[in-house]
Structures are given as structure tokens and as C-alpha cells.
Design a protein around this ligand. Structure first.
Ligand code: TRP
Length: 332
């Protein structure tokens, strides 16, 4: 029996190169080895976008297009929409009684996000609770492997706390969950910021046009002290080199370019043109597939609907077990 993976994204916009390196490539690999569920977590996205349903709805389709365009295969991976599986909300409700307010308020990732979003005490209660909802997502599928970024580790810890508590109170229903943090490089923003993000305005999207790619690379942060071509330049912290390290398959050539750049005599524009070509080679085929898929929105809807139906069956099985364990099986 294949182990079950649950992975997912909050649909708040199109996916970018950070997603591609950080999670999508990993999912392409995992879909052959695991039973993989990929959740478009629209209910979670609404926890801090309650007043913007149109944005989330649009993003659900954008994210689905991005998945399919990079090669997520609906025959191998099950793509589902979170909100359409009400049993996940039910499980979330039960889990809320097993978690203290003090415990959720300590979640370091949520704390950071509350600060970043300047919520203060006005933070939506649903936002504070989203790690509990995420635990329901994971356990609803009885997933045992969850590939996540570093920032999501507190969610897995919260999930395992709930597993222990649930099993202790109601009997053994759930297995503990393993987080797997892919060892992939982190793609910085084009401004040199540690993380690429939509709200940061520093992302290169998998759907960007050749013109957008070229403009963004031309804007990339390099070395502010490298004023003339002849000046010696810095490689460390130079976003163009960071990208070449990640995306350029000719490692020998990159080493040569680094040496030359450090010595002086290699201009930023030459490097940027090289990077534009490399990124276009990666994004070009994805963009083409995406455009083709986008011409048939009914097909996308069908893939999402079928995936969600199959996923719901799995969660319904878990909920039957949960209700029985919790003595909520009145009419059985
Ligand atoms: N919170 C995750 C993120 O921001 C997205 C997510 C929602 C998720 N539900 C999930 C990830 C379940 C893994 C499993 O990246």
C-alpha cells in the first residue's frame, strides 16, 4: 500500500518560480510513489480574505491551471477543493475542543503572520485557528506524509498534538504525521528579498509572458558596487547568480562566469540575457500548456469536480470512524 500524502496551497493568486522549485517539482516526483492528494485550500485562504471571495474563486482556477501546466497528472494525483468537502469543516469543529486558546496563540508562524498583516487583536478568529483546520485537512485524509516549507512545521506539530489528544480521549483513530521539508533551494524575489511573494511584488510567475520575464530579470538586484563593466563584482547576494545556481544546468559555465565577474570585465546585462534565455526555456513550455488548458475551462472544472468527489469519499470514511469513536453514531 502506498503511503498517503497531503499537500496544498492557499489560492490567493497564480503560482510562481518559488512554488515551482519549492513544491511543484517535488509533487511531480511524489505522484508516482505515493497516493497524493493536492488540496486547493480555499477555505483557509478565506480566513484572511473573507471580504474578497472573487479573488479566491479566480485563484482556485489559476492554481489548478498551474498544477496541470507543470505536469501534475490528475490520473496520478487527486486535486481537490477544500471547501467542497464539508466533512473537513466538521472535523475542524471537533478538533477545536481538543486545542487550547493558549496553544494556538503560541504558533510562531501564525504570530508572525498576524504581525505582518498588522491584525493586532482584530485578527479574524478563523485565522488564528487555521492550524487546527489544517490538522483536519491532513487527518481527514489520514495522510502520514506532509511535504511542507520550513514555516509550516508548527502546523505539523499542532497536528501531532491533536493526534495524541484525540487517540487518548476517544481511542486510536489517527497515526502521527511526518513532515518532509524538501531540501530544494529557496528562490529569492527579484529584489533580493528572501522570499518570492505575490504581496511583495517580486515574483516571476509560471504564466508570465516573455516580455514580463525579460523586464523582471532586467530589474533584478545584482551588485550595487558593480558600476562599470570593468569593476570587480560580488557574486554572493547577487540575485542573478543565485538564479543561475538554481536554474542553469551548465554548472561549469556558471563557475566560469562567477570567476570572471569577481575579477571584473563581465557586465550585468550579459548575465541577465543568459538568465532570460534559461527562464524562458523553463517557463515557455509551461505557459504554452497553460494557455492551451485555459481554452477549455469546462475540462478544468471537470478535473476539479472529479478529484473533489474522490477525495470526499476518503474523508467521509475517516469521519465515520471519528463519529463512532466520539459516540456520535446515533442512527447506525
Ligand atoms: N498552509 C499551507 C501553506 O500556506 C497550505 C495548506 C493548507 C496545506 N492546507 C494544507 C499544506 C494541508 C499542507 C497540508 O503553504
Amino acid at each position: 500500500m502506498k503511503e498517503t500524502i497531503l499537500t496544498g496551497d492557499r489560492p490567493t493568486g497564480r503560482l510562481h518560480l518559488g512554488h515551482y522549485i519549492g513544491s511543484l517539482q517535488n509533487r511531480l516526483k511524489m505522484q508516482d510513489e505515493y497516493r497524493q492528494f493536492i488540496m486547493i485550500a480555499d477555505a483557509q485562504a478565506l480566513t484572511d480574505n473573507a471580504d474578497n471571495p472573487e479573488k479566491i474563486r479566480q485563484a482556485v482556477f489559476d492554481v489548478a491551471l498551474d498544477y496541470l501546466a507543470v505536469g501534475i497528472d490528475p490520473q496520478k494525483s487527486t486535486i481537490l477543493i477544500q471547501s467542497q468537502i464539508p466533512e473537513l469543516a466538521e472535523l475542524f469543529g471537533y478538533f477545536m475542543n481538543l486545542v487550547s486558546l493558549a496553544r494556538v496563540e503560541q504558533n510562531p508562524t501564525v504570530k508572525t503572520e498576524i504581525k505582518q498583516k498588522k491584525f493586532g487583536r482584530g485578527v479574524p478568529a478563523g485565522f488564528v485557528m487555521y492550524p487546527v483546520s489544517q490538522a483536519a485537512d491532513i487527518l481527514g485524509f489520514k495522510a502520514t506524509v506532509v511535504p511542507v516549507g520550513e514555516d509550516q512545521l508548527p502546523m505539523i506539530e499542532q497536528t501531532n498534538d491533536i493526534v495524541d489528544r484525540f487517540n487518548a480521549v476517544y481511542g486510536n483513530v489517527f497515526d502521527r504525521v511526518k513532515a518532509v521539508v524538501p531540501k530544494n533551494a529557496r528562490v529569492p524575489g527579484i529584489d533580493g528579498g528572501a522570499k518570492m511573494g505575490k504581496s511583495l511584488g517580486n515574483a516571476i510567475y509560471l504564466s508570465d509572458s516573455p516580455k514580463e520575464i525579460s523586464e523582471k530579470v532586467m530589474m533584478m538586484y545584482t551588485d550595487p558596487e558593480h558600476l562599470k563593466v570593468g569593476d570587480p563584482g560580488h557574486v554572493k547576494g547577487n540575485v542573478v547568480f543565485t538564479y543561475l545556481d538554481i536554474f542553469d544546468s551548465d554548472k561549469e559555465e556558471v563557475e566560469k562566469l562567477k570567476k570572471q565577474y569577481k575579477k571584473g570585465g563581465l557586465g550585468d546585462v550579459v548575465l541577465k540575457k543568459r538568465l532570460i534565455g534559461i527562464l524562458e526555456n523553463i517557463i515557455g513550455p509551461i505557459r504554452a500548456r497553460r494557455e492551451e488548458l485555459a481554452r477549455n475551462p469546462n475540462k478544468i472544472k471537470e478535473i476539479l469536480e472529479n478529484g473533489t468527489l474522490a477525495a470526499r469519499e476518503k474523508v467521509q470514511e475517516t469521519l465515520e470512524e471519528v463519529r463512532r469513536a466520539m459516540k456520535l453514531n446515533y442512527f447506525e
